[in-house]
Ligand binder design. Structure first.
Ligand SMILES: [Zn+2]
Length: 223
């Protein structure tokens, strides 16, 4: 599972505890979490969350069907202890799957409607890119189709059409991801930070290289 970055400044965010924070926020127990670096608040990415809730619904349906089968089987065996034991195992598996599902969801900005930060979202420049994910053997990600969801953020280095490096590591958000193969997708990118002028980097034919920690994990081309 990927460690996610702040949708305001691109800094790493804490992982596990944060998701518990967000789950508690879903039931209105706490204020939304804020970035330790830029202090802005954020939430689970909406589209990715919807995707995972659909997956979760399938997990629940499968669990219910399994529970019915277990009840039926133990009623034949007439062993109530076995029934409770199996329910306990299923409950543990459900909690683990829940944590895994939510850990895969990246974050998006939570805008304060009282200030003008919402306008930075409206001004965001986006461009379509084609991305080829590097194989696991060559330090790429394990099953990017499963791990990389809408809203995921990676630092990117850009090269112009002549192959000259034109940027340092600038964090980009991947959205509207459409997978065209196991390790290939089309998507839209925008810069995380609001103070970067995208014009120079979003030129057709420019190349970009995505990194996770210090590993290059993908190469893309601006369409
Ligand atoms: Zn931040």
């Amino acid at each position: 599972m990927l460690k996610h970055r702040c949708p305001w400044c691109g800094e790493w965010l804490p992982g596990y505890e944060l998701h518990l924070d967000l789950i508690s926020k879903l039931v209105e127990l706490k204020d939304p979490p804020s970035c330790h670096n830029c202090k802005n608040v954020y939430m689970l990415h909406g589209i990715s969350k919807q995707h995972f809730l659909k997956v979760e619904l399938k997990v629940i349906i499968f669990g219910v069907l399994l529970a019915v089968a277990v009840c039926f089987w133990t009623s034949i065996k007439k062993d109530i202890n076995m029934l409770w034991g199996l329910f306990l195992i299923m409950g543990i598996l459900f909690v683990i799957s829940e944590i895994i599902l939510f850990k895969q969801v990246p974050f998006e900005r939570l805008y304060n409607r009282k200030d003008n930060s919402i306008f930075s979202f409206l001004r965001k420049q986006k461009v379509s890119v084609n991305i080829q994910w590097i194989s696991k053997k060559s330090s790429g990600l394990w099953r990017p189709q499963l791990q990389v969801q809408d809203g995921e953020i990676f630092p990117a280095y850009f090269k112009d059409t002549e192959g000259n490096l034109i940027s340092s590591g600038l964090c980009v958000v991947l959205e509207e991801i459409k997978w065209t193969g196991k390790r290939q997708c089309n998507c839209e990118i925008s810069f995380v930070r609001d103070d970067i002028s995208a014009e120079r980097y979003f030129q057709k034919g420019n190349h970009l290289y995505l990194y996770y920690y210090d590993r290059q994990i993908a190469e893309g081309i601006v369409l």
